[in-house]
Ligand binder design. Structure first.
Ligand SMILES: [Zn+2]
Length: 332
């Protein structure tokens, strides 16, 4: 029999179950591991005694006194059927502190869609974290670079018009194009100066360096360029560019026009064929390949990162929960 906890707490939207249980434990001054054990059952898949139990949704509902339907709406991991994990990043991260200020008990950690980079209300940067780095508290980067907010609005609008898969692919390509461009653009070129100015504002000293924040310096141009690569005509030309020098020239000229770079030949488009790429999109919460590539250089001893060693499947997030009907019933 599960006893109802005395302090009632609502889950935040898109919050992870781990985050919610952690906040509940903090508010009731009980060890997190003990509360987790109380609300969970051993995994069905033959785990050892060391494997963490999985949360039983009905127990969580009984302990919090909240309807299961309400918990399901807030926390994707509890939904049955499961959400389309491909549309979410596979790494949960801290939410905008202002948006979640009314949720007590500690920082809210939630799942984000691939296109969510800036809280447009409060200006906090919520770009994807690196698997190999700790999830740092979000910073209000839009105070330093106000154009980030407009870029996020364009990004969201693009998603509504073109669908998340085209935007996801286009964004991946445009990260590579813009970062590459930074190293080839002459120092005195306006675009290079603009990016450098933003980098200096966002990362004033080396100790402040963070790859996610570095990306923010390029975000407006990446979104601008992604609009181009989301259109059917330019996706077609991008496909031709894989084998045609003429098509590469056409694209190079258009990229120069869109982001205002110095005209120069395009050395090559990074593996873009204009179609959803099953390699990235087929795995739940797949993040842009170029983003993962940056993380590789940060891997620690043994060549395995702390978080990327977690399974890249829906078990990354949904494996923490189970429905009572599908798990062993235990009376506590
Ligand atoms: Zn906010």
């Amino acid at each position: 029999m599960i006893t109802q906890l005395p302090i009632t707490v609502r889950p935040a939207q898109q919050e992870t179950v781990t985050s919610y249980v952690r906040r509940l434990a903090a508010l009731h001054a009980v060890p997190y591991a003990d509360l987790w054990k109380h609300l969970s059952a051993p995994p069905r898949y033959g785990g050892t005694s060391k494997r963490r139990g999985i949360i039983v949704a009905e127990r969580l509902a009984a302990a919090t006194g909240r309807p299961l339907s309400q918990l399901e709406r807030a926390m994707p991991e509890l939904r049955d059927p499961a959400p389309d994990w491909r549309q979410l990043r596979h790494l949960p991260q801290r939410a905008c502190p202002n948006c979640t200020a009314r949720h007590s008990g500690g920082a809210v950690v939630r799942l984000f869609a691939h296109h969510e980079f800036v809280c447009t209300r409060h200006g906090y940067w919520i770009g994807p974290p690196l698997p190999t780095a700790p999830d740092l508290p979000p910073r209000q980067l839009a105070r330093l670079v106000p154009e980030l907010v407009a870029a996020q609005r364009h990004h969201t609008k693009l998603l509504r018009h073109r669908g998340w898969q085209h935007v996801f692919n286009a964004f991946e390509v445009c990260i590579a194009v813009c970062i590459d461009q930074r190293f080839y653009e002459p120092l005195e070129a306006p675009l290079r100066r603009c990016w450098q100015q933003r980098i200096d504002q966002l990362i004033p000293t080396r100790s402040w360096f963070n790859t996610s924040v570095f990306l923010a310096a390029f975000y407006p141009e990446i979104v601008n360029l992604a609009r181009l690569f989301c259109t059917p005509d330019w996706r077609d030309i991008a496909r031709q560019a894989l084998s045609s020098a003429d098509a590469r020239q056409v694209i190079a000229a258009e990229i120069s026009r869109v982001i205002g770079r110095e005209p120069r030949p395009l050395l090559g488009l990074p593996r873009f064929d204009g179609h959803p790429r099953s390699g990235d999109l087929g795995s739940p919460g797949g993040c842009p390949a170029s983003w993962r590539a940056w993380g590789r250089s940060d891997r620690g001893r043994g060549g395995r990162s702390r978080l990327s060693s977690r399974p890249r499947s829906s078990s990354c997030v949904s494996g923490v929960t189970a429905r009572l009907g599908r798990s062993r019933r235990i009376s506590i």
